[in-house]
Write a protein that binds this ligand. Structure first.
Ligand code: FES
Ligand code: FES
Length: 156
């Protein structure tokens, strides 16, 4: 049976009709037309569906839409004022791009929590996302570059 809930997605409140078992990933993509979060494994393993819930990264395939009611959801479409999009492109940290929205949101959340993350912390955070094109080194370097950039611009 369908029910109506309110989700706060990218700072906009949306009313959406869902079934109890609908995942947040399904609702974002198929009900709200936000295709940035990708359906990879749909089993919590690959991180391609990463979104932020109250600023922390979550796998949208592993969360029911109903669990997200009243929480702030950020998808790649709503990520504003983050240097990561530009730096990923500049550093060739993107190849096919399928995994990229999840990596960017994860990296962004990492530096919000640990602005001076060391290499071990960065690698541990990146562990939750899989890139089949194997661009991990460039992604790690991009995180380190953003840390330096934020320090230089007085943003951390
Ligand atoms: S699609 Fe969600 S973790 Fe892989
Ligand atoms: S860039 Fe292709 S899967 Fe990561």
């Amino acid at each position: 049976m369908n029910q109506s809930i309110f989700l706060i997605v990218n700072d906009i409140e949306k009313q959406v009709s869902i079934r109890e078992a609908d995942t947040l990933l399904f609702v974002l993509r198929e009900r709200l037309g936000l295709f940035g979060a990708k359906a990879g494994c749909e089993n919590g393993d690959c991180g391609s569906c990463t979104i932020l819930v109250d600023d922390r990264p979550y796998n949208a395939c592993h969360m029911l839409a109903i669990e997200a009611e009243g929480k702030r959801i950020t998808t790649i479409e709503g990520l504003q004022q983050s240097p990561f999009q530009e730096k990923f492109i500049k550093n060739w940290a993107i190849q096919c791009g399928f995994c990229t929205p999840g990596f960017i949101l994860n990296c962004h959340a990492l530096l919000e929590q640990y602005p001076n993350a060391d290499e071990a912390t960065i690698l541990e955070a990146l562990d939750s996302n899989i890139c089949r094109c194997t661009g991990y080194e460039e992604i790690k370097q991009t995180v380190q570059e953003v840390i330096q950039w934020k320090r230089a611009s007085g943003d951390s």
